[in-house]
Design a protein around this ligand. Sequence first.
Ligand SMILES: CCCCCCCCCCCCCCCCCC(=O)SCCNC(=O)CCNC(=O)[C@H](O)C(C)(C)COP(=O)(O)OP(=O)(O)OC[C@H]1O[C@@H](n2cnc3c(N)ncnc32)[C@H](O)[C@@H]1OP(=O)(O)O
Ligand SMILES: NC(=O)C1=CN([C@@H]2O[C@H](COP(=O)(O)OP(=O)(O)OC[C@H]3O[C@@H](n4cnc5c(N)ncnc54)[C@H](OP(=O)(O)O)[C@@H]3O)[C@@H](O)[C@H]2O)C=CC1
Length: 515
Amino acid sequence: MSMIAAFYGSKSILITGATGFLGKVLMEKLFRTSPDLKVIYILVRPKAGQTLQQRVFQILNSKLFEKVKEVCPKVHEKIKPIYADLNQKDLAISKEDMQELLSYTNIIFHCAATVRFDDPLRHAVQLNVTATQQLLFMASQMPKLEAFIHISTAYSNCNLKHIDEVVYPCSVEPKKIIESMEWLDDAIIDEITPKLIAGRPNTYTYTKALGEMLVQQEGGNLNVAIIRPSIVGATWQEPFPGWVDNLNGPSGLIVAAGKGFLRSIKATPMAVADLVPVDTVVNLTLAVGWYTAVHRPKPTLIYHCTSGTINPCNWGKMGLQVLATFEKVPFERAFRRPNADFTTNYFTASCWNAVSHRAPAIIYDFYLRLTGRKPRMTKLMNRLLRTISMLEYFINQSWEWSTYNTEMLMSELSPEDQRVFNFDVSQLNWLEYIENYVMGVKKHILKEDMAGIPEARQHLKRLRNIHYLFNTALFLIIWCLLLARSQMARNMWFFIVSFCYKFISYFRASRTLKI
Ligand SMILES: CCCCCCCCCCCCCCCCCC(=O)SCCNC(=O)CCNC(=O)[C@H](O)C(C)(C)COP(=O)(O)OP(=O)(O)OC[C@H]1O[C@@H](n2cnc3c(N)ncnc32)[C@H](O)[C@@H]1OP(=O)(O)O
Ligand SMILES: NC(=O)C1=CN([C@@H]2O[C@H](COP(=O)(O)OP(=O)(O)OC[C@H]3O[C@@H](n4cnc5c(N)ncnc54)[C@H](OP(=O)(O)O)[C@@H]3O)[C@@H](O)[C@H]2O)C=CC1
């Protein structure tokens, strides 16, 4: 019997960010391995015209939860959505709900965050720092609370090259930053943002670092732990390989490459692609929750959930495997044939952007205009290039994360728990994982059916023919222009034609002689 599964068996658990990528997989695993848990409270806001109940209904009816419904048929009754908005003071939780949460919660998993790289500092602070402070305050009033698990990111200290499992202080105290957001106006905040985030590429990584500091400072009397995953990717094994449902991290670029929009990228092929499957992160999170509640380690432990030091894969290998999978399972209605040229040089990258991205988009928009349709490709391409420019920081360098606490935790687990809550990435076969990831993107994000593969292949063949035709036509046009304007080109042309004529005459003469 799994000790971890048994531990969660009788608990009331509070999850923030349960509607997100990680949160959904966390809920799924909890219900599947501990179907008799008491209740999972989830803090949710209405979104895209859907009520809380509709959002929960949609999650439970997704493919991700198919196995859960077999082992825990009453799963609907065990999820309690609580209206909350982390953007608001007191998280906008009603008095009755707050009372219930304070009275019964045993474990908190704090996953909610803004993961956008371009969020204004004020918003990122509100979500990733102030809301964390408010949740810690709530936690401090929970008599039955056994553990508070905070999900951060391995990149919170990406200004360093070697990162240990410790909280590194930021130059300004998080409480001061929270206070200053109350009276500084937006223009001044924008002005000081680059100075505050110094060394980090965006407000996301900075505010996640502030969040960690706050957890360490204000979680003093609680049993707190911090988990730092690197780049979270599709599921590796559970509940099935390749599940993914959003475009963050590599998923968006896999879509862009598979559809033929992204053809080259400024990336260092030898840099480590520090991906971790989402089910690995979830297994570690649940093991940490158990360990923190049962063993109450002091001081606060931080766990790195990374792959680079244990089982490294680099961006070059990943790119090649992604392309190889496109050969097997092409995406439908691609704009161009998938290709991925990696370059580390800024000038080459700019040239490739002009030739491989902007020019085809302009030509396609011209074609759309000619056929009376609204041009859209240039706009889409500009957005894609903007996204890529934000990810470049992470795909052109490597980091080293120590993993002593994570290894220590593994050694504390029983053999059964090591199997059920496996977070050992040394067993990960990258080629297989990436293939399943790409297929998962096709099935679960693009909602493409495998039955459409022959048609997708035909479409790629047509694109290849168009590509050859286009290149031949372009070559001929350029050549004719050169002939009309340059004596040297004409001389070369004369030389080539007379050479070919002589060669053919010689070939004919030698054949006649043989006969
Ligand atoms: C063969 C090639 C091989 C592949 C090589 C793979 C390379 C992978 C590189 C991955 C590096 C990832 C590094 C992450 C490291 C930090 C990890 C974490 O802690 S943090 C956790 C990770 N956090 C993140 O990854 C957040 C990154 N994302 C952002 O911060 C924002 O989306 C944005 C600022 C990039 C764009 O903002 P904005 O212009 O306002 O646009 P919206 O947001 O409104 O979306 C517009 C459209 O773009 C769509 N789309 C969205 N994302 C991506 C994507 N990645 N890509 C492509 N597309 C994407 C989106 O669906 C939408 O489509 P539509 O609905 O219009 O059709
Ligand atoms: N994905 C990755 O690559 C990595 C993620 N992480 C960390 O993991 C955690 C989860 O990330 P992930 O699941 O990928 O992110 P998602 O963007 O998929 O999910 C974010 C969650 O936070 C919720 N949330 C955001 N704003 C609010 C708000 N104002 N009120 C209530 N809820 C809100 C979202 O709710 P809603 O559905 O309503 O928007 C959603 O449930 C984060 O802490 C992130 O920093 C760390 C490393 C890498």
